[in-house]
Each structure stands twice: as structure tokens, then as C-alpha cells.
Ligand binder design. Structure first.
Ligand SMILES: Cc1ncc(COP(=O)(O)O)c(C=O)c1O
Length: 406
């Protein structure tokens, strides 16, 4: 509630918070679906914003990280030395992807991977125009930042990357008005996360695929939030049956450690070698991050988390929301896999509910960047089903009590 007081805590420590409303949960440790701090145990329903898909400090991941740490950590900038862990992780990923997505470039972050993908598209096609979508969020480096359509966040930072155009999400006519033979790429999230969990319509993505093919533009899917089971399949594009030319991953890709990637065909990726050094990174593909990410992927598959657990959690979220909130006036929700949003009628109510849920009930939920009345629900997939249902009912109770006060 008192944003100024919360922000001052940061300044007093010599840190800059750029968040509008830092949650200020003081973290002492984290384990599984829980975060512990100030003698309290919080249930984490945001997973570090779609990062900790198998919770915090999963023993299998910790073991893989320790084993890697005992062998080597950073030894050379990306792409010179042969690092078995990078090779193994790239192979594990490409084995799970269509054959056209067979070549991986590991980066530090999602933003860096998006910038790499834009550079790749321009280099490969020899064209400049980039089409992104309103309300998308693709990251914070200059290229990725330019893709944001919200002039309040980019304000005062112009000139941004030239030749970037914004179409309406889920509106193919708006794309048709912009797309032509000068377009290098179209970048889209299969489910827009920061817009408050807005899924693409299947027809929209299919038509985008066709339009890109017609004009020779690359179709780039930003699956930074949606991959690794978050939307119910390992990758969201599988839900749609649409294969992008370039797939961008990050967040859960690193199993809790910094890692991003852009993935395409050997032919397309080869353009970054012609001439060489098309993208360079020191820490991209860090061995510890690759070890953690590969271990996370193994847990997701071998423990049947994607195939069995996530569908059960999705049903619980849908059931609880329908039962508890279905009839509440002005309240709506969207759930895709374990990526959920509750939308309330007013921003003030949303702010109050989020604060109360965290402070009174020790359940961590969050805002979205571009959906001010939305509440983010991104639980880790290892959460106990009873705990999830109980936490969601608690949130619904707070929502109803605040709505009834109106
Ligand atoms: C969809 C999407 N793309 C890209 C990014 C940028 O990733 P990073 O913060 O790792 O740079 C984010 C971050 O939230 C994101 O949600």
C-alpha cells in the first residue's frame, strides 16, 4: 500500500528498485514451493515469474549443480571451448524439438536471446522491418525494449531500434496491414504473459505462419514464459501445431540459474557465422546454468510432471476459480496450463488483494507489467495439489471480501 516506504528500504540499502511496487518479502531461504523469511513461510505462487518450474532447490538440480561446480565453472567465452554440459543440454533440447529447430545459441537472459533473434532475422533475410504486438513484453535490452508498445516505459530513451512496428495481438488484419516483403521477422508470444495471460487464438498463429512464409519473414516465438510445461505442453507451440522459424527460451530454461537461448535451423543460424561473430556473449551458456537447466528438464519429463502433474494442477486451478469466482461480478480469469491470471474490476482492489494475500496469508502472488487489474498465478509444478487448492481458495476469499466492501 505504501509504495514510497517500500521503495525507501531499497534506497537505504544502496539499491535501485525499478518496480512500481516491490513486494519486499525478506528472503532467508527457499525450498520446494516455499519461501522462508522473517520467521514466516510463504507459499510461492509465482515461481520467480515462470522460472522455478520445479520449485526451489530441487535435490536433483542441486546435485547436478554441485557435480558441475566440482568439475568447472566459467572457462571461456561462449563458442570457443568444447563444453560437454552445453553440448548435452543443446542435444537434450533439440531431441525434443522439431527437426527444423536443431541449432541452439545459449545466452545469459531472455532479453539477450530476443536481441540475438532479431539480429539473426535481419542478417538471414537481409531485411530490416520487425513486427511485434501491442502489450507484448520481450525484455529490457534495447532491441527487446523497442518491441514493447508501452511508451511510458520506453519514454525518454528514444531513439529506439528503427523499423519496429506494432500490430494488434489476435488481429490478423492488423498484421496484413503491416507485413510486406521488407519484413525480417514477426515476434510473438503464444500466450502473452505480461498482458495478463492472453492466449493467441489458434487461427491467428496459423495465419501468421502462412503470412511469414508468403513474404519470406521469419516467425519468432518468444516462449520465455510459456515453455517447460508452464502452458501444459513442454513448449506452447505444441498446443497450436505451429512451428516457428526461431524459438526463444529463458527463465525455466536455466533451472533457477541465468540462461537464455535462441534456436533455429542450422541453415538460418549459420548466417551468424557469415561473417563470424554475429552474436557474442561471455557468460551465455554458463556451465552451471546448463547443468541446472538440463537437470530440470529431466525432472519435468522423467517424473511425468509435464505429462501428468501439470494437467492435474491446471484442473484444480480451473475448478477452484470457477467454483469460488465464477459468479463474482466483475471478476474473470484465464488459465492456460499453470499460467493463470485473475482479473478484478478495479486497480485499487487488485493492489489491496495482492498486499493482503501476501502479508496476511503468506501466499506470494504478483502484478503483471501491462494488466493493472490482473493477479498473477504461476505456481511451481511440484506444488502439492491440496496446498494449491487451499491457497487459491484463500485468495478467492480475500477477493470476495474486498469486492463486498465496494
Ligand atoms: C515473454 C518474455 N520475453 C522475454 C523476457 C526477458 O527475459 P529476461 O528478463 O531473462 O531478459 C521476459 C521477461 O520477463 C518475458 O516475460
Amino acid at each position: 500500500m505504501n509504495g514510497e516506504k517500500e521503495i525507501n528500504v531499497w534506497f537505504e540499502a544502496g539499491l535501485l528498485p525499478t518496480s512500481r511496487h516491490p513486494l519486499n518479502v525478506k528472503v532467508e531461504r527457499a525450498e520446494g514451493p516455499f519461501i522462508y523469511g522473517k520467521g514466516k513461510r510463504y507459499v510461492d505462487l509465482i515461481s520467480g515469474i515462470a522460472v522455478n518450474i520445479i520449485g526451489h532447490r530441487h535435490p536433483y538440480v542441486i546435485k547436478a549443480v554441485k557435480e558441475q561446480l566440482d568439475r568447472y565453472d566459467h572457462v571461456m567465452v561462449y563458442g570457443d571451448f568444447v563444453l560437454d554440459i552445453q553440448m548435452a543440454y543443446a542435444r537434450a533440447l533439440t531431441d525434443l524439438l522439431p527437426s527444423s529447430l536443431n541449432t541452439v545459441f545459449f545466452t545469459n537472459s531472455g532479453s539477450e536471446a530476443i536481441d540475438g533473434a532479431i539480429k539473426l532475422a535481419r542478417r538471414y533475410t537481409g531485411k530490416a522491418k520487425v513486427i511485434a504486438f501491442k502489450n507484448a513484453y520481450h525484455g529490457s535490452t534495447y532491441g527487446a525494449w523497442t518491441l514493447a508498445s508501452h511508451s511510458d516505459i520506453t519514454q525518454g530513451m528514444e531513439p529506439l531500434l528503427p523499423e519496429v512496428y506494432h500490430a494488434e495481438f489476435n488481429n490478423i488484419e492488423s498484421v496484413k496491414r503491416l507485413i510486406d516483403e521488407h519484413v525480417a521477422c514477426v515476434i510473438v508470444e503464444p500466450v502473452q504473459g505480461e498482458a495478463g495471460v492472453v492466449p493467441a487464438k489458434p487461427e491467428f498463429l496459423k495465419e501468421l505462419r502462412g503470412l511469414c512464409r508468403d513474404v519470406g519473414a521469419l516467425l519468432i516465438f518468444d516462449e520465455v514464459q510459456t515453455a517447460f510445461g508452464r502452458t501444459g505442453s513442454l513448449f506452447a507451440f505444441e498446443n497450436y501445431g505451429v512451428i516457428p522459424d526461431v524459438l526463444v527460451l529463458a527463465k525455466a530454461l536455466g533451472g533457477g540459474f541465468p540462461l537464455g537461448a535462441f534456436i533455429s535451423s542450422k541453415e538460418i543460424m549459420g548466417s551468424l557465422l557469415d561473417p563470424p561473430f554475429g552474436h557474442i556473449t561471455t557468460y551465455g551458456g554458463h556451465p552451471i546454468s546448463c547443468a541446472a537447466g538440463k537437470a530440470t528438464l529431466e525432472v519435468l519429463i522423467e517424473d511425468k510432471i509435464v505429462s501428468e502433474k501439470i494437467p492435474r494442477l491446471e484442473n484444480i486451478i480451473k475448478e477452484v476459480f470457477s467454483e469460488e469466482l465464477g459468479e463474482v461480478e466483475g471478476v474473470s480469469f484465464t488459465v492456460v496450463g499453470i499460467m493463470g491470471a485473475i482479473h478484478l474490476p478495479e486497480k485499487e482492489i487488485t493492489d489491496t488483494v495482492i498486499r493482503r494475500v501476501i502479508n496476511e496469508h503468506q501466499i506470494i502472488v504478483d502484478w503483471f507489467l501491462f494488466a493493472e487489474t490482473g493477479i498473477r498465478i504461476y505456481p511451481p509444478a511440484i506444488i502439492d495439489e491440496g496446498l494449491l487448492a487451499h491457497s487459491l481458495k484463500t485468495i478467492a476469499g480475500v477477493i470476495k471480501s474486498e469486492i463486498n466492501k465496494r
